[in-house]
Unconditional design. Sequence first.
Length: 520
Amino acid sequence: MHRLVVGFLVILLVSCTDAPSVRRDTTVVYASGADLQSINPLLTVHPLAKAVQKHVLFLTLATYDSLFRPLPRLADWTWNESATALTFSLRSDVYWHDGVQTTASDVVWTLGMAKQPTVAYPRARDVSGIVEIGALDSLTVMVTFRRPMPAFPDVFTDLPILPAHRFGSVPPDSVRSHQFNRTPVGNGPFEFVEYRPNDRWVFERSAIFPVELGLPEIERFVITVVDEPATKLAALTSGELDFAGISPAHASFVRANGSLYTIDYPVQFAHALVWNLRRQPFEDVRVRRALTMAIDRQLIIDAYVYGYGTLADGPVPPEHPWYTDVPEIPCDVGQASLLLDESGWVMGEDGIRSKGSERLIVDLLTVGSGDLPLEQMVQAQLREVGVEINIHQHELTSFLAIAQAEDRDFDALVIGIPGDLSLSHVAAMFAGGNPGPLAYPGYSNDRFDELIEEADQADSETKRRDAWQAALRVLAEDVPTTWLYHARGLQGASRRITNAAVDFRGELAGISRWRIRRDN
């Protein structure tokens, strides 16, 4: 979207509003840099899409408080004595927005589909230990596990329940193409109104959502796609946007505007360069280490995100309780050059390394349509050691299609990797024999796989954490990817919206507590 949006959102609010009683002062407009990957939680890895699913349109069985303690949401639960089975007791006052009651059959269908390989649920590993899902009555579900569980499974706070009756008898391999993904029916605090691809999603406060679960004050929630930072900033400043992710370079400008404020918050989101280990030269650990050493990651943090990030040596941020120190790979251009020499890549007269007839030229895929300072910094730094980087921009849908395709037809990606409390994304990306949309291209280490299995089989939270930390140390030694930095979220927000604090649970976790000032 390269046009200015002055006046656009006002037109949007008028054109998509059937009821004239819905006013701008009861509507919140939220900018997204790209379209939501999918509104179906069985298919999504996009962080904002997941936030919309969990906190706007649907309900999860459980939720976390700000200290990551699981609390009932759609259901309460009890464990059996051996911790091998959970019995969920669903609320009786939750209805789908088409008027049908949310029941045990919806839970059974959703969890069952998450286990189907052809659905390719991104967190399939987290449900692989479930051996049986049964409805005891219309509001009671028993989930039985293969082994005793050391803690409440995080997946039940992450996967919203879907309406089984809207899918009918659709086979698992058709879930991705189902019409529901464009015209969803939820049971959350907001009801779906309209979707225009690569343009906007519109939601309206539900009239049947239980007040006890937190009925929002705002009447309409609009996500509009604005991918240009300058356009986004202009719309935020003019008052047409209420929330927008902003560049760190714009933070002081936003803070100086009396009608705006900034929200700075931690996110479990690691930025990285993902190398395709199925291709030369990335199968060689010396090359991967050299590429990492050639990049001044602290300079990227200082110059690109203006300090709104921390150095990453793995996928787990320092704030995470399972974080573990691993040997840091320092920026050392001289040592990087020696490693490339040692691996047989010789510097040519034109400044590009080669081995035989193959030149060290890397096609780097990224998401975007405008300036790409991060990618350009990486390009310039690797050029110093004789590695040529060609940058290829894609919009998000195209990027994910390439990144997640079975043939993994790319050299390298610039990607943000969302984290979660169970670290399932680490296992999904790196563990061998675990195909799926997040599977890492070509990494194989038997010891890593053994430790992941050990973590999965642990009978206590301590043993599970210890196994995970050992696995992370193996990962750091192998350098299958170049971790750049752990991000901090940064948004500009209108002062007409109050009580919009953000924590690790995501940008929309507190949407029911947002308040609109009437004096603006």
